[in-house]
Design a binder for this molecule. Structure first.
Ligand code: FAD
Length: 385
């Protein structure tokens, strides 16, 4: 049953749309912008369940990830070299696109460089040299650099890191402010003429002959020619009759109080990305340890747990900063969406309902480029559009 709405609302906020995007995180926002760029006349609305987007995009660590060597090696082994290179190129172009679209100061963009910390048990020294040479050869055509990755063990000491055996550096990676990024994209989206409605929870999307009916918890029924689901880990709640191959993965983070003379500068990865940390000014932001309790962390519950929080604090003391002169000022969690092969999932589940989700743990750099594929697919088959 349609809610008690006025004729004014019906003919403005809730009027029929060409495209409705469900989910106002990075995927939804970049996709909306890409759709409008292809056809400025389209009526586009984003429906977001929460007051502010709430899943991964405003809860992450703010790394514009290029990809760490052990992750790329793992991808090359499991997905093949070509697939690994394709995804890495998307992230490389995604980082470039962020800086082309948004003023760097608006999103606290910091080209701080990325580092991967290695222990002997993970990768013996001789293998590191071979791995760097192998990756650099493959990546040169993407980055235009002979040495995308360089070994820089000496920096372990200057950065204040402990109990690692080697350090690999890359100049591609950057840090940014995830909240400001989402805000900047919202401003851009609205300036392009689309509407963002927050506090609207979609409960069901029903394909009809000529379009889609979008039902909501607020009892407002929207209609659109095409619907794009950018609901990431939460997609299975609304895609009635369809199983979306996405598994939720909670990520937890801690943030320290300011630390005087903090030597840490940059974005850091360890253990194939299971631990990640960076400096935020003179504070340390550290996240991960999901592998300490996989089952418990396979959830959409936005809470923190003792198991993971303790693991993060232990890691902080053991590897990043031994000082007792700080406290943990903030703790939070966010929810990622994972696929089996760790590749994004872009798939029509009905003739007019496209799903674009699962940038896994790397959506900051990936979503700007994935959005272009999504917009192309969304607009390809629609007569009216
Ligand atoms: C702790 C953590 C750290 C991370 N660190 C990094 C990092 O440093 N670098 C990086 O590249 N990536 C990182 N990621 C991953 C990155 O944040 C994600 O890949 C990216 O944000 C996914 O964006 P999204 O729009 O697909 O999903 P989300 O941001 O989850 O957006 C989905 C949106 O859909 C909305 N929604 C859900 N259901 C409904 C409904 N029924 N109706 C309406 N709206 C709905 C939600 O409220 C949410 O706003 C991290 C993620 C986490 C959790």
């Amino acid at each position: 049953m349609q809610a008690n709405i006025s004729i004014w609302e019906k003919e403005s906020f809730f009027a029929p749309q060409d495209v409705i995007i469900v989910g106002g995180g990075l995927m939804g926002l970049w996709s909306a912008i890409a759709v409008k760029e292809r056809n400025a006349k389209l009526r586009v609305t984003i429906l977001e369940k929460n007051t502010t987007p709430l899943g991964a995009s405003t809860r992450n660590a703010g790394f514009a990830c290029f990809g760490s060597p052990t992750e790329l090696l793992h991808d090359a082994q499991t997905l093949g070299e070509e697939a690994m290179l394709t995804t890495t190129e998307k992230r490389f172009k995604g980082i470039e696109k962020i800086t082309r679209y948004l003023p760097k100061h608006q999103i606290d963009y910091d080209p701080c460089e990325g580092f991967e910390c290695i222990t002997k048990t993970q990768l013996p020294s001789v293998t590191i040299a071979d791995s760097i040479a192998y990756l650099n050869k493959l990546l040169a055509s993407i980055t235009g650099k002979q040495h995308t990755f360089i070994r820089n063990d000496a920096a372990l000491t200057t950065l204040g890191l402990q109990n690692f055996d080697a350090l690999i550096q890359n100049k591609m990676e950057a840090g940014l402010h995830s909240g400001k990024l989402v805000q900047a994209l919202q401003v851009k989206a609205i300036s392009m003429g689309m509407q963002i409605l927050s506090g609207i929870e979609v409960t069901e999307c029903l394909q009809h002959n000529i379009g889609v009916q979008v039902h909501t918890h607020q009892k407002i029924v929207f209609t659109a020619e095409k619907v794009l689901l950018c609901t990431n880990a939460f997609s299975n709640n609304i895609a009635t009759g369809h199983t979306i191959p996405v598994t939720p993965g909670r990520g937890q983070i801690i943030l320290t109080s300011p630390i005087q003379n903090l030597p840490l500068q940059g974005t850091f990865h360890f253990d194939a990305g299971f631990y990640y940390w960076r400096n935020l000014g003179n504070r340390i932001l550290l996240g991960g340890a999901r592998n300490k309790a996989f089952d418990e962390e396979t959830t959409t519950e936005l809470t923190t747990t003792h198991t993971i929080q303790n693991a993060l604090e232990d890691f902080l003391k053991q590897h990043v900063h031994p000082s007792i002169h700080y406290s943990i000022e903030q703790r939070w969690s966010g929810i990622m969406g994972f696929t089996h092969n760790h590749l994004p999932y872009i798939h029509y589940i009905e003739p007019n309902i496209l799903v674009a989700i699962a940038c896994n743990g790397m959506g900051v750099a990936l979503t700007p480029i994935i959005a272009e594929e999504v917009a192309n697919r969304l607009l390809q088959t629609n007569k009216a559009i």
